[in-house]
Design a protein around this ligand. Structure first.
Ligand code: GLC
Ligand code: CA
Length: 557
């Protein structure tokens, strides 16, 4: 079946974490004017869309994912004027902007919540999820994602409110039609400002079951996932959102869908279903969970990684569209996790980029990935800022008996702060991020790993990303070609084919530090792009990636 052409399928998205991108006024916090200063850099990189993590008013318990005013810009980030200018200047350069829509919950300082917790009954009482105590305790055993119970007692209302994340992030009650109307009105308001779409935060968690019974024990608390993920009305709500808001604009919509499998994704992003354009499948990023969830030091299993990607690539064919990413603001750095941030840093960063950008779907680059930024490597607990990391430390070390040393290792590998250190612009102080002192430390590698240096080196990771992005415009097969996984059984090589109208690409990536014999290595086929200067014969060198292109005159392959 011919794939429908859409701009958001052809686009490359660049995710900005505004707090850590560029500080324009020396207070140590990135801001909108900082992003404005760097628009020419983003044009040079060649991306089409910017997704900004939340820029709205927030007390910042979770760096903006706790919103207290959806229609106001966070003071530290600037003003609405700054935002309008940024949007105008981006559009001038042909770059679109999508915003983060965080509507599973608000901040506990949002006026709706302040009203909701008042003693006296009022229209906001039912905007959140309130339950009476059960036998003098929490309504059930559910644990929050950031540790502790998912219920918080409120003295005024003498009831508990529900929060899947921190107690400063109470969940909205989507069952209440007034809540939905408020959210839809807010979304229309932003779209009328001219924005180009939304990335929807944990959107598959907005509908909860009626059943508030205890969950299966997972550590100290019960698992709330079966009750809150992909809940009974979630598709109904999204179709309502589509009908009342989304369908009126030519926009990009992408839903974050934790723990949603392919079958669920087909519902969220099925072309015919009128919900979203695509979801973030995070299955490959969730790989390797253990007794303490993501907190462990298990290495990446390449076969499992390939199975996950292969499944999503093949099963969404004809019904939905994939998003492609190695990392984001919630994940460790791609090169540190899936590549090698030591000897083969450069080769492995380029290999990962090749492997991802040649698959079928819309690629997302997380800020700094294009220069191969690595994990933070913080040695001290005091360097961490992230609510999830700090809560996990407390719970695992102080309550579950994990040793300090082990936990510090897990944080080094998995903490969200690994991806939140300041963007490395140049070799000057604080990596050119700020004239002041940054809200979170700049990492020590910046004299080697920075934008300024890589702009001037032809063979840099940055210039490699630019070539990959440019190729996407030149070769429709990269966007619309069929995908077919090769060498499924290999534990070291990730290989696949793409085919469209008589053009075939063969993508071959070595995920190891070893030389690996590989039958797909061709001595004659023309090379579209590769991370080694000279041609391989018979073997793939450490982290080598090659894309071969073959034509088949006048016919199908
Ligand atoms: C999403 C965000 C994450 C945030 C959480 C709660 O997973 O990506 O950063 O902490 O939702 O809003
Ligand atoms: Ca600032």
């Amino acid at each position: 079946m011919e794939e429908q052409k859409k701009w958001w399928k052809e686009a490359v998205v660049y995710q900005i974490y505004p707090r850590s991108f560029k500080d324009s006024n020396g207070d140590g916090i990135g801001d909108l004017r900082g992003i404005l200063e760097k628009l020419d850099y983003l044009s040079y990189l060649g991306i089409d869309v910017i997704w900004m993590s939340p820029i709205f008013q927030s007390p910042n318990h979770d760096n903006g994912y706790d919103i207290s005013d959806y229609q106001g810009i966070m003071d530290e980030f600037g003003t609405m004027e700054d935002f309008r200018l940024l949007l105008k200047e981006s559009h001038k350069r042909g770059i679109k902007i999508i915003l983060d829509l965080v509507v599973n919950h608000t901040s506990d300082e949002h006026p709706w919540f302040i009203k909701s917790r008042e003693e006296k009954e009022n229209p906001y009482w039912d905007y959140y999820i309130w339950k009476p105590a059960k036998n003098g305790k929490e309504p059930n055993n559910w644990g929050a994602w950031f540790g502790g119970s998912a219920w918080e007692y409120d003295e005024n209302r003498k009831k508990y409110y529900f929060h899947q994340f921190s107690p400063h992030q109470p969940d909205l009650n989507w069952k209440n039609p007034k809540v939905r109307e408020e959210i839809f009105a807010m979304m229309r308001w932003w779209l009328e400002q001219g924005i180009d779409g939304f990335r929807m935060d944990v959107i598959n968690m907005i509908s909860k079951t009626e059943d508030y019974s205890d969950g299966a024990l997972k550590g100290l608390y019960g698992d709330l996932s079966p009750y809150c993920m992909n809940g009974p009305q979630v598709h109904e709500y999204l179709r309502e959102m589509h009908e009342k808001v989304l369908c009126r604009y030519d926009i990009m919509t992408i839903g974050e869908a934790m723990e949603a499998g392919v079958e669920e994704a087909k519902k969220y992003a099925g072309a015919a279903r009128k919900e979203l354009n695509m979801v973030f499948q995070l299955e490959h990023l969730d790989m390797g969970r253990g007794q303490y969830g993501k907190w462990n030091d298990k290495p990446v299993n390449l076969k499992e990684l390939k199975e996950i990607f292969g499944k999503w690539q093949e099963e969404l064919k004809g019904t939905g569209w994939n998003s492609l990413c190695w990392s984001n603001h919630d994940q460790p750095r791609a090169v540190s996790r899936f590549g090698d941030d030591g000897t083969y840093w450069e080769a492995s960063a380029k290999m990962l980029a090749t492997c991802l950008h040649m698959m079928r779907g819309t690629p997302f680059i997380y800020q700094g990935e294009e220069i191969g930024m690595t994990n933070a490597g913080f040695q001290k607990l005091e360097d961490y800022r992230d609510v999830e990391s700090l809560q996990a430390y407390q719970e695992l070390v102080e309550e579950a008996g994990v040793s300090h040393g082990a936990m510090m290792e897990y944080l080094k590998l998995k903490s969200r702060d690994n991806a939140r250190t300041p963007m490395q612009w140049n070799e000057e102080r604080q990596a050119g991020f700020t004239e002041g002192s940054p809200w979170i430390p700049v990492i020590g590698s910046y004299p080697e790993i920075n934008v300024h240096k890589q702009r001037s080196e032809e063979s840099s990771i940055l210039n490699y990303y630019r070539r990959l992005i440019a190729l996407r415009r030149e070769k429709p097969v990269i966007v619309y070609g069929d995908f077919h996984m090769l060498l499924k059984e290999s534990e070291s090589v990730f290989a696949y084919e793409r085919k469209l109208d008589g053009v075939k690409l063969t993508v071959v990536c070595n995920f190891t530090t070893q030389e690996t014999p590989c039958g797909l290595v061709s001595e004659t086929a023309s090379i579209l792009i590769s991370n080694y200067q000279d041609r391989a014969s018979g073997i793939l060198r450490p982290y080598e990636a090659v894309v071969y292109e073959e034509q088949c005159k006048g016919g199908r392959l």
